[in-house]
Design a protein around this ligand. Structure first.
Ligand SMILES: [Zn+2]
Length: 132
C-alpha cells in the first residue's frame, strides 16, 4: 500500500514544472495595456492647430483689382494685378489642340484673361496678397 503512494509525489513535481510556464504568459499580456493610452494625448494636440490658423483672414480675390487692407503694411489699398502663366494656361492650350484647333494653341499664352492666373500684389509695399 505504501509503495503505491510513492509515485504521486513524482507527479506533483511534474505539475509544478507545468505550472511555471503559464505564470510567465500573463506577465507578457500586461505589456500591451500601457500602449493604448498614448494615442489619446495626441488627439488633443491636433485641436490646438486650428486656433492658430483662424487668426489670418484670407481675402476673396477675383480677376479684377480689389480694395483690401494689406496684411504686411496694414494700409487700405487697391491691389495691382498681373496675369501669369499657370497650369490653367497649359490646360487651355491642350484643350485647343485636342479639339483640332491646334493653330490657336498659342492664344492662351499671348492673351490674358481667364486662361492665366491673376496675381494680386500690394501697390504700397509690393507684398504678395493672393492669386485667382
Ligand atoms: Zn502692403
Amino acid at each position: 500500500m505504501s509503495s503505491v503512494q510513492n509515485p504521486p509525489p513524482s507527479y506533483a513535481e511534474y505539475s509544478n514544472y507545468s505550472n511555471q510556464p503559464p505564470q510567465t504568459v500573463p506577465i507578457q499580456q500586461q505589456f500591451p495595456q500601457p500602449l493604448p493610452p498614448q494615442p489619446v494625448p495626441q488627439i488633443t494636440v491636433i485641436s490646438q492647430q486650428p486656433t492658430s490658423v483662424t487668426v489670418r483672414t484670407i481675402p476673396i480675390l477675383g480677376p479684377i483689382p480689389i480694395s483690401i487692407t494689406c496684411s504686411q503694411c496694414y494700409a487700405f489699398v487697391t491691389t495691382i494685378t498681373n496675369h501669369e502663366i499657370s497650369a490653367r494656361t497649359h490646360c487651355c492650350a491642350l484643350a485647343l489642340c485636342l479639339t483640332g484647333l491646334w493653330c490657336f494653341a498659342p492664344l492662351p499664352y499671348i492673351c490674358g484673361g481667364c486662361c492665366k492666373k491673376t496675381v494680386h500684389r500690394c501697390p504700397n509695399c509690393n507684398a504678395f496678397i493672393g492669386t485667382y
